[in-house]
Write a protein that binds this ligand. Structure first.
Ligand SMILES: Cc1cc2nc3c(=O)[nH]c(=O)nc-3n(C[C@H](O)[C@H](O)[C@H](O)COP(=O)(O)O)c2cc1C
Length: 375
């Protein structure tokens, strides 16, 4: 069996990245600060700071804070989008006005500036990376692609590089660029996401690349983790489940909504960033129905909607702001400390995999072997 041979060759991902457990905390922008990253790392997983949208001075301060709270390895999540349309950026020019159909939702605040965070700007992301290298951060995690020069720089700086992908094609491209670990992130995932469901995506990518593959998208408990390992994954990366922890910087309104969510409460929408992202469906996403052609490319879409969305997010508005959330939210019914989430997930997965021996025995007894079939 190819998959088990491959896993035997590189082991579970903690052996590759230097943690105690094969569980990674997702690099969630605005949510995964030093509190969450340190808690996940101290629990034996790999806590990854969601730093794609922070000004460089804050990147340094938060890395140092995480270091004070944990002696275990940590990671940093940055974005170097492969196909942004920088020429569409409105930074330095006047942003396009909000389309008329959005004006009834609320009044944009013209003083909101996206200049400081410039989430999708490669130059600013490179500055953040230099800080992470200087601070000795062990792992770089990138969604939306990672250029070869960034992989090389991170490696020279002593970091391992993890690339989050949503398709087989993107996994092969990341492998060719020299990354160390692939995260195969299924359609269920919160945030930017691809079109293929986890159940199909994980084994497809395991078969396609030689690198360790970490599974993501919809994993909220030990059942998901056990299933991912059985499909050939070398570990799991968890986002949505960790939103409902005291250590995550999740807005209270988001947490309250998360633990009560129904299965069709999320939608994949380009209306916030210009690229498909799974978010909570609300008045903002609904308002774009029939106006899809007005969505601008990344980063211009974000720059256009920020004056409406940023103040709404600060106010905790569930109707006007972007709340990246995965379908796995329906499996999250209560808040619990990050360490407990990680421990219970790993324990439950181990227990389920042990039960697999009994299932295997029953299945083998039920399946006719070749000799009896021939008779
Ligand atoms: C609130 C939130 C913010 C996210 N922000 C980022 C980000 O800044 N960069 C990134 O690479 N991925 C981001 N993601 C995606 C996660 O890294 C991860 O792939 C995803 O959460 C895994 O699926 P799950 O939510 O089903 O666990 C975000 C996800 C959520 C839920």
């Amino acid at each position: 069996m190819n998959t088990s041979r491959r896993r035997a060759a590189h082991g579970l991902v903690h052996e590759v990245l230097g943690m105690r457990l094969p569980v990674l905390g997702a690099p969630m922008g605005g949510v995964a600060g030093p509190e969450l990253a340190a808690a996940v790392s101290s629990a034996g997983g790999l806590g990854i700071l969601g730093h794609a949208n922070l000004p460089p001075a804050q990147v340094q301060a938060e890395i140092r804070q995480a270091r004070r709270w944990t002696g275990a390895p940590i990671g940093i999540g940055l974005l170097f989008p492969t196909n942004p349309r920088p020429e569409s950026s409105t930074v330095g020019a006047s942003a396009p006005p909000l389309p008329e159909f959005l004006r009834e939702l609320g009044t944009p605040d013209p003083s909101v500036s996206v200049v400081d965070e410039r989430t999708y700007d490669h130059e600013l992301a490179a500055e953040r990376l230099e800080i992470a290298i200087a601070e000795g951060v062990e792992v770089l995690a990138c969604g939306l692609g990672v250029p070869e020069a960034v992989v090389e720089r991170a490696h020279r700086g002593g970091m391992k590089v993890v690339s989050l992908v949503g398709s087989r094609k993107a996994a092969l491209a990341a492998e060719a660029r020299g990354v160390d670990v692939i995260v195969a992130q299924g359609h269920e995932a919160g945030g930017h996401t691809g079109r293929t469901s986890s159940l199909v995506l994980w084994p497809q990518i395991v078969d396609a690349v030689r690198l360790p593959v970490v599974a993501a998208g919809g994993i909220a408990d030990g059942r998901g983790m056990a299933a991912a390992l059985m499909l050939g994954a070398a570990g799991v990366l968890v986002g949505t489940r960790l939103l409902a922890t005291p250590e995550a910087r999740t807005a209270q309104s988001h947490k309250d909504r998360l633990v009560a969510m129904e299965e069709d409460d999320t939608v994949v929408s380009r209306t916030y960033t210009g690229k498909p992202s799974r978010v909570i469906r609300n008045r903002f996403t609904d308002a774009w129905k029939g106006h899809e052609e007005s969505v601008l490319p990344m980063p211009a879409q974000w720059e256009m909607v920020a004056p409406l969305v940023v103040p709404a997010k600060a106010a905790g508005s569930m109707e006007l702001a972007n709340w990246p959330t995965g379908q796995g939210a329906v499996l999250v019914r209560r808040e619990s400390p990050a360490a407990e989430v990680i421990r219970e997930m790993a324990q439950e997965a181990a227990a389920l995999l042990a039960m697999g021996q009994e299932l295997s025995r029953q299945l083998s007894a039920a399946v006719p072997d070749n000799t009896s079939a021939a008779g």
